[in-house]
Design a protein around this ligand. Structure first.
Ligand SMILES: N[C@@H](CCC(=O)N[C@@H](CS)C(=O)NCC(=O)O)C(=O)O
Length: 203
């Protein structure tokens, strides 16, 4: 039984979506300890207090991407074999999600409600909106006519990009223009794994 530490409203959502896509069930294969960032529970396993973390027996894995990669490798889904070209290309999409999508949302959040007043800089939020818009354009070109970023196979970067898109729309109010990319996000949001993860998030 895995223990996922982190509230489902945080990046822990990515891990829940990943677990559900891999056919693992809450209560049977994993449990969630819905700690907020900085809480005592998470600080016991991650000195930075950041969520999520996954407890696996006597070990702990920190970072949503590392956790998803571990689960995908272990349960044989959402990824490609280590050393394959597909794996390298998939990893490249993971970096696109983290460097461009996650980063724009995260810096926006820091300058909106996380930092104290004195540290919030004028113009940072519009700069993040611009970065996000550029990232959407990069994604559109790289997606091409594909169903998912790696073609017909749904993989970890689709989870990361989908979670970031929801975050961007809900919290940052970044625009997702109609067209290929919006259709792609709608497609990922129709997946059973996403629907089940959202049910857990909203419970
Ligand atoms: N790269 C890490 C980032 C984790 C992260 O920043 N989590 C946020 C919540 S979604 C957090 O705990 N923030 C508290 C902080 O930055 O102190 C991951 O993907 O797990």
């Amino acid at each position: 039984m895995y223990t996922l530490i982190g509230s489902p409203q945080t990046r822990a959502f990515r891990v829940i979506w990943c677990l559900e896509e891999l056919g693992l069930e809450q209560g049977k294969d994993y449990e969630i300890v819905p700690d907020a960032p900085g809480g005592d529970g998470i600080k016991n396993v991650n000195p930075s207090g950041k969520v999520p973390a996954l407890v696996v027996g006597d070990d702990v894995i920190i970072d949503s991407v590392a956790i998803c990669q571990f689960l995908a490798d272990k349960h044989g889904g959402l990824t490609f074999p280590v050393g394959s070209i597909e794996r390298a290309k998939m990893d490249s999409f993971i970096h696109l999600a983290v460097d461009e999508f996650d980063h724009a949302c995260w810096v926006w959040a820091k300058h909106d409600w996380i930092y104290p007043e004195g540290l919030k800089a004028e113009n940072v939020k519009p700069a993040c909106a611009l970065e996000f818009k550029k990232a959407m354009q990069h994604l559109e070109v790289r997606l091409g006519e594909n169903k998912y970023v790696m073609g017909d196979t749904f993989t970890i970067p689709d989870i990361l990009l989908g979670q970031c898109a929801g975050w961007a729309e809900r919290m940052c109010k970044f625009e997702i223009p109609d067209g290929k990319v919006a259709d792609y996000f709608k497609r990922t949001a129709r997946r059973k794994g996403f629907v089940k993860a959202m049910r857990i998030r909203n419970a």
